[in-house]
Write a protein that binds this ligand. Structure first.
Ligand code: ATP
Ligand code: MG
Length: 458
């Protein structure tokens, strides 16, 4: 799982048992007695007004962040610099979701991280209140409705569907049956022109050793129905570009899923040059953001003809992410990592440094970090550093194309800060201002309150 910037490595121990966290968890009683179940209790959690229904929480505890459509009340709070999402729900549901999210975290699935369950809440007048599930807010993530400002254009929709289909494929490779895949149960982060998708709602999920084709098909049908409904909703609200047909949209997600699944898992018949064919397939899978754990091979002899059947066992993304992390310590999404590595490799070639690790260190300290430091503090919350750097590289390229020669990095940085970044909405988790109720985006709010810059995505 992608660590939120600024949190550092997760100090929690990893264990292979679902119930472990709960058996070992702290059950703490506070002054207004509540029961907190968490593998690692953040004492600041105790200070929240648990005896007040979530809907009535005072604004001084809350941060204004865009949020997706949901049945339950969800609020965001900031404690000691970390933002949490708090969801009021029934106890059994909270426990299931907590256990599942913890299990998903152990297998590095792209999902939000569970932090705690707070139960036994009682209001001051004695009324029993529902427990809450606390998750860590996924930094720089946006619900899909916040990704476009007026109408959802075909280009943006295509990228959302690609990200969603890839998320479902990833979850299925891990043996996770989602049961409620939809645009609103997904969070999106920018990933160098594309989106990386994360699961936010695991309430209906089940984790198996592996999924049968029937289970995958069922999950895909649920996704199709949900997405069709969501596209119809957008259309009814006039938010869908007139060129987009809701039925086509939901069929498209299925088609993209099936194409990707096939590409990742099909058995390939190779008659000659096995080594090169295998390399080609692995490269292609890496490009799609997946790694190959092992390749199973069988030989078929027929009429003196020898064919090798190859089937890769694909594991989740991370080829570029891991290489970048190993070389520079930077934690980026897959496409961002690929763009950063391209820049690093070009730098290494230009400066004629055969040693990869040494080149990476020089690139980090002499190229990447100075660019990030050039951003004035008040603009730093607009894009996270890897995305910022990638967009600057693209800006440099565009300026150089216009000029017909390479303009170099420094002028590109200045131009990007002055002409592009300044107009961007703030995407960092913490917006840095006091919140009043009007600024919170609830499920009923409409599109007008989403960040207002179509150029960001379109
Ligand atoms: N950890 C988190 N990080 C960022 N956003 C979050 C997080 N948890 C919840 N949200 C926001 O809250 C919204 C609602 O959460 P969620 O889907 O879990 O609620 P729900 O009521 O169970 O939904 P449903 O109606 O599908 O059952 C999400 O779409 C997302 O925008
Ligand atoms: Mg939901």
């Amino acid at each position: 799982m992608h660590n939120d910037a600024g949190h550092g490595p997760d100090p929690r121990p990893k264990r292979g048992c679902d119930t472990w966290a709960r058996r070992r968890s702290a059950h703490i009683r506070t002054l207004t007695p509540v029961r907190i179940t968490s593998a690692l209790v953040d004492p600041a959690l105790l200070d929240l007004p648990w005896s007040t229904p979530l809907e009535e929480w005072p604004a001084d505890h809350l941060v204004a962040l865009p949020q997706g459509i949901s049945r339950h009340v969800v609020r965001f709070v900031k404690l000691q610099g970390t933002v949490y999402a708090v969801k009021e729900t029934r106890e059994k549901i909270a426990e299931r979701e907590y256990d599942l999210l913890r299990a998903l975290e152990r297998i590095s699935a792209p999902a939000v991280e569970a932090v705690a369950i707070v139960a036994d809440r009682v209001a001051l007048d004695g009324e029993v209140l529902e427990p809450v599930l606390v998750t860590r807010h996924l930094q720089f993530s946006l619900p899909y409705r916040a990704l476009f400002s007026h109408t959802l254009r075909p280009e943006t929709m295509n990228r959302l569907l690609d990200a969603l289909a890839a998320l479902l494929v990833r979850m299925h490779l891990l043996g996770f049956f989602w049961g409620d895949c939809s645009l609103s149960n997904t969070l999106f982060r920018r990933d160098a022109g594309a989106f990386a998708a994360y699961l936010v709602d695991a309430e209906t999920g089940q984790l198996h050793l592996r999924l049968s084709p029937g289970q995958r098909g069922e999950d895909l049908e649920i996704a199709r129905t949900n997405i069709f409904g969501e596209a119809l909703d957008l259309q009814a609200a006039g938010l869908l570009h007139e060129g987009i047909d809701p039925e086509h949209v939901s069929d498209e997600v299925v088609r993209r899923y099936e194409t990707l699944w096939h590409e990742l898992t099909f058995e390939q018949a190779v008659e000659a040059d096995t080594r090169r064919q295998m390399d080609k397939r692995i490269r292609r899978l890496n490009e799609l953001g997946f790694d190959v754990e092992e390749v199973s091979m069988s030989v078929v002899e027929e009429g003196g003809h020898r064919t090798v059947m190859l089937r890769p066992k694909v594991v989740d993304a991370g080829h570029h992410t891991r290489r970048l992390l190993r070389l520079t310590g930077l934690d980026a999404e897959e496409n961002q990592a690929r763009a950063l590595l391209n820049d690093l490799d070009a730098y290494r070639a230009e400066s004629d440094m055969p040693d990869e690790a040494q080149a990476a260190h020089r690139w980090l300290t002499e190229v990447f970090e100075p660019v990030i430091r050039a951003v004035p503090p008040h603009l730093r919350g607009k894009l996270e550093p890897p995305e910022l750097f990638v967009q600057i590289i693209e800006h440099r390229w565009a300026l150089s194309e216009q000029a017909g020669r390479d303009l170099g990095l420094a002028p590109a940085v200045q131009s990007f800060l002055a002409n592009v970044l300044i107009h961007r909405p703030d995407e960092q988790a913490v917006l840095g201002y006091e919140v009043d109720d009007d600024m919170l985006m609830s499920s009923d709010d409409d599109e007008d309150e989403a960040p207002e810059d179509e150029s960001l995505v379109d």
